[in-house]
Design a protein around this ligand. Structure first.
Ligand SMILES: CC(C)(COP(=O)(O)OP(=O)(O)OC[C@H]1O[C@@H](n2cnc3c(N)ncnc32)[C@H](O)[C@@H]1OP(=O)(O)O)[C@@H](O)C(=O)NCCC(=O)NCCS
Length: 199
């Protein structure tokens, strides 16, 4: 699995994955069925939407996790050079990992790479919006070193000399085995037909 910068050729696959993650979130909060929501509204959602993709592509701060030509995860970020009296803020707009590949340190590696790249570009602080009920995302950000100053904002001081963006811990043998089985199963039945509810 490779973490690499987002490319223009990723647009279809990354769009599909981001929309799936958004849909997963909305299915828990919205009363309407996803199918009943207006297409125009759905088309405008996310950083991979037609209007916003190029911003995140050109930022040099967006990355994907790729294996065997499939996109397993993404992170979309950009630099905001001046906002609320802060200069050079790394703005993390969205990230997600395909449900079948979660808890394999992919999110960790994506976030770490994004933060590293942001620091290289001169960002002084990283800022990520997280829904207060999104425990996996909150715990992931905390693992990197972010702190939550309000219930929905995670911040990381990139000027902190103690900040170490170390490698992710290796997978335990059990987790590596589960992951290998999932990849095998996914390859057999076709990546895009893997249902997101894990059935
Ligand atoms: C949040 C998300 C990106 C995490 O991706 P991931 O690849 O599964 O995360 P990782 O395997 O790198 O996890 C790193 C750490 O985060 C924490 N974490 C991640 N998922 C967790 C979960 N479901 N429960 C508890 N802790 C979790 C753990 O501390 C984990 O370390 P560990 O596995 O050594 O315990 C993923 O769950 C996802 O795509 N969710 C849906 C979309 C979303 O919510 N995006 C975030 C928007 S702000």
């Amino acid at each position: 699995m490779e973490i690499r910068p987002l490319k223009i050729r990723d647009i279809e696959k990354v769009r599909e994955l981001e929309l799936s993650c958004i849909r997963e979130y909305f299915s828990e909060t919205l009363e309407n069925r996803w199918e009943d929501l207006p297409q125009e509204w759905k088309d405008g959602l996310g950083a991979s939407s037609r209007r916003h993709f190029s911003t995140y592509l050109e930022s040099g701060l967006s990355f994907v996790a790729e294996e065997d030509g499939e996109i397993l995860g993404f992170i979309f970020a950009q630099m905001l050079h001046h906002i609320c009296d802060s200069d050079d803020l790394l703005w993390i707009e969205n990230m997600g990992v395909h449900p079948y590949f979660r808890r394999n340190a992919i999110g960790y590696k994506l976030l770490r790479e994004c933060v590293r790249a942001g620091r290289e570009q001169g960002a002084q602080v990283a800022h990520s919006m997280i829904q207060p009920d999104n425990a996996p995302s909150i715990l992931l950000h905390k693992k990197i070193g972010f702190f939550m100053d309000r219930r929905d904002v995670a911040l990381l001081d990139l000027k902190d000399p103690k900040l170490k963006l170390r490698g992710a811990p290796p997978l335990s043998p059990l987790r590596a085995c589960v992951r290998a089985r999932l990849i095998y199963r996914t390859c057999k039945i076709g990546f895009h037909r893997v249902p997101f509810d894990g059935q």
